[in-house]
Write a protein that binds this ligand. Structure first.
Ligand code: ADP
Ligand code: ZN
Length: 616
């Protein structure tokens, strides 16, 4: 048996309590930590916000040497390191933002064993200088964060990640831990193969995020719908709004600003300084709405993002899940809200057809897009559909999504589907929803007459539905795969084989009823503002004071407020009203270091606010 060299004999649970201030481990954290401390490799799949970092932070504090954390998130390394230092962990980072002198200072500390954790960008790790440095020291472990970046099929591919397999060859005895929140089996297989993790034990947690409410609306007037959603449900909250293009980001951010909302744009085309400023404001302020392309978000671990909105359909459910996963990392209720339309489907198909890549690539992407559509149009519990996609079965409906809460209902739509499908057929399989709807409604139209479509059997047979309802029927037929979109031609519909049983009456077709469009913006009144503890003025006052103190402390150090304390920790202070440092230390999220740094400040604020408690 090999003897493991350790810096400390402290038990992981003790470290969790002392440094992090948490009473117990979650999920597989404890098993993973032991596995690593004992020198073994691990692949960790856990959803966003479930606590992946502790899985390598604690082993790095126990094992001899420096724990090397490889992360693609250069812009966030400073925050990550600030956050860890607040816990009393000795951490540094190395990336292109440091000058030569600063880099050398960090490297010196690595050699003298003055740090436990080093965050490094993959391109830096691979330089010969750094490799040489690694040879002179004793890495405690390698943590490969955002490991899905190694996957070429994925959404965040980083070519530098492919070279990380070298670590295994050079340092076969140093344990490696690869972590990701991307769950699909294809990506997982690729991580194992590319990073040479065949012998690593896999720790897979449930991907359910029970505090997120999933909701999908049909696009009618997207901006009015969004505004209604924000004003009625999140008037004071932080949120992220995703759009597909830079142009849409810019114009939506401007629109929201005009409506008086604190919206900021973020996309890869923005000048770098501005991008960083916006990111910083999002992290450090308590009420900012980021309007962004998918360039924004990876590694953003702001715990109190209360909603993630999608104005355009994401390309895949993996992407959707990652993006929505940025809401509610603190475990408190959060919303994943999306609007979509048939036009989104067409746009996505166009992008897909125009994209580079071979047929197989396109086929995979096509299937992923269909899964995305299926999620939008489902009549089953959204969480069941989502988790099933990631290979997890949820036996009963969740009760916490729009479908479960009865916001979406359905009817038998077989006859409507037959009419629509046969109209596609009789007009020659080359028209889109608008034209077909006109034919079904028997519109008096020059174009229809010129094609002779006023004389076919489906002309004017659809008066039982409105124009809006027919468009919904066509959208659902596309989503269900009964119609396909002709991309070589002008984007008209074609019948696919799956339409035959419905046309022949052998199979029913269920239609969902699209909810009525939201009222026009003018009639929308903001909901009565709900603040924390709003039914108890004394607590509400204390809440505001604690937050102000937190903000003050954060500003002085230029760090985000949540790095000082999470909302949930402040809330617990109000509920427990600690009277001594000792009692303060019992609160979840108050470790020893933070107790030293901030305990007295918060304690005296609580004392002056509620003096009665202290004079019993
Ligand atoms: P991930 O990297 O998986 O998205 P993090 O490591 O950032 O998640 O953790 C998310 C949040 O959960 C952090 O604020 C972290 O401090 C907190 N957390 C992690 N483990 C625990 C635990 N055992 N008990 C309480 N909170 C925890
Ligand atoms: Zn549900």
């Amino acid at each position: 048996m090999t003897v493991i060299q350790q810096k400390t004999q402290k038990h992981p649970l003790e470290i969790l309590k002392v440094h992090f201030g948490y009473p117990s481990f979650r999920n597989h954290q404890e098993q993973i930590i032991h596995h690593l401390v004992n020198g073994n490799d691990a692949l960790v799949l856990m959803p966003t916000g479930s606590g992946k970092s502790i899985c390598y932070q604690i082993p790095a504090m126990i094992r001899n040497g420096v724990g090397i954390v490889i992360s693609p998130l250069i812009a966030l390394m400073q925050d990550q390191v600030d956050g860890v230092r607040q816990l009393g962990i000795r951490a540094e980072y190395l990336n292109s933002t440091l000058d030569a002198m600063e880099s050398r200072a960090v490297q010196r500390k690595m050699l003298t064993g003055e740090i436990d954790l080093l965050y490094v960008a993959p391109e830096r790790l691979m330089t010969s200088e750094f490799q040489q440095l690694l040879g002179q020291m004793n890495p405690a472990l390698f943590a490969i964060d955002e490991a899905h970046c190694v996957s070429q099929w994925g959404h965040d591919f980083r070519p530098e990640y492919l070279e990380l397999s070298i670590l295994h060859e050079r340092f076969p005895l140093v344990p490696r831990i690869a972590l990701t929140a991307t769950a699909d089996p294809v990506t997982r297989r690729e991580i194992v193969e590319k990073l040479r993790l065949e012998d690593a034990r896999q720790f897979i947690s449930s991907f359910d995020r029970p505090n997120i409410f999933y909701r999908v609306e049909v696009k009618e007037n997207e901006r009015a719908q969004l505004l209604h959603f924000i004003r009625t449900e999140h008037p004071k909250d932080c949120g992220i709004i995703y759009c597909l293009s830079r142009k849409r980001v810019e114009s939506l951010a401007k629109y929201l600003q005009e409506k008086g909302l604190p919206a900021l744009p973020y996309h890869a085309g923005l000048e770098q300084n501005l991008r960083l400023t916006h990111q910083r404001r999002f992290l450090q302020e308590e009420h900012v709405i980021m309007v962004a392309t998918i360039a924004f978000g990876m590694g953003i671990d702001k715990p109190d993002v209360r909603f993630v909105a999608h104005m355009d359909l994401p390309k895949t459910l993996e992407g959707y899940y990652q993006e929505t996963g940025r809401a509610g990392r603190d475990g408190q209720r959060a919303d994943a809200w999306m609007v979509y339309s048939l036009a989104d489907v067409v746009t996505l198909r166009r992008m897909l057809d125009a994209s580079a890549g071979d047929e197989q690539f396109k086929r995979v992407q096509q299937r992923k897009m269909e899964a995305m559509l299926g999620f939008c149009e489902t009549l089953r519990c959204r969480r069941q559909v989502l988790l099933a996609y990631f290979g997890e079965q949820l036996s009963t409906p969740c009760g916490f999504c729009d479908i479960c809460s009865g916001q979406v209902d359905s009817r038998d739509g077989t006859i409507a589907a037959q009419k629509a499908l046969s109209c596609v057929y009789r007009t020659g399989q080359r028209f889109g929803a608008a034209y077909l709807t006109d034919v079904l409604l028997g519109k008096d139209d020059e174009r229809i007459r010129s094609f002779g479509h006023d004389r076919i059997s489906t002309f004017g047979i659809g008066n039982e539905l409105t124009e809006r309802e027919w468009k919904s029927v066509f959208r659902q037929l596309v989503a269900a795969g009964l119609l396909s979109i002709d991309m070589e031609g002008r984007g008209g519909f074609r019948l696919s084989p799956a339409s035959r049983p419905v046309l022949r009456g052998e199979q029913k077709f269920e239609l969902r009823n699209d909810p009525a469009p939201v009222k026009r913006e003018k009639t929308v009144k903001p909901r009565r503002e709900t603040t924390e503890f709003s039914d108890d003025p004394i607590c509400a006052g204390l809440w505001e004071k604690l937050r102000a103190l937190r903000l003050d402390i954060a500003r002085k150090q230029s760090i985000p407020p949540f790095i000082v304390f999470h909302d949930s920790t402040l809330r617990e202070m109000i509920n427990c009203l600690p009277r001594s440092l000792e009692e303060m230390g019992e609160i979840s999220g108050v470790g020893q270091k933070k107790l030293e740094l901030y305990g007295e400040l918060f304690l005296s604020l609580i004392r002056t606010h509620s003096p009665r408690t202290f004079t019993e």
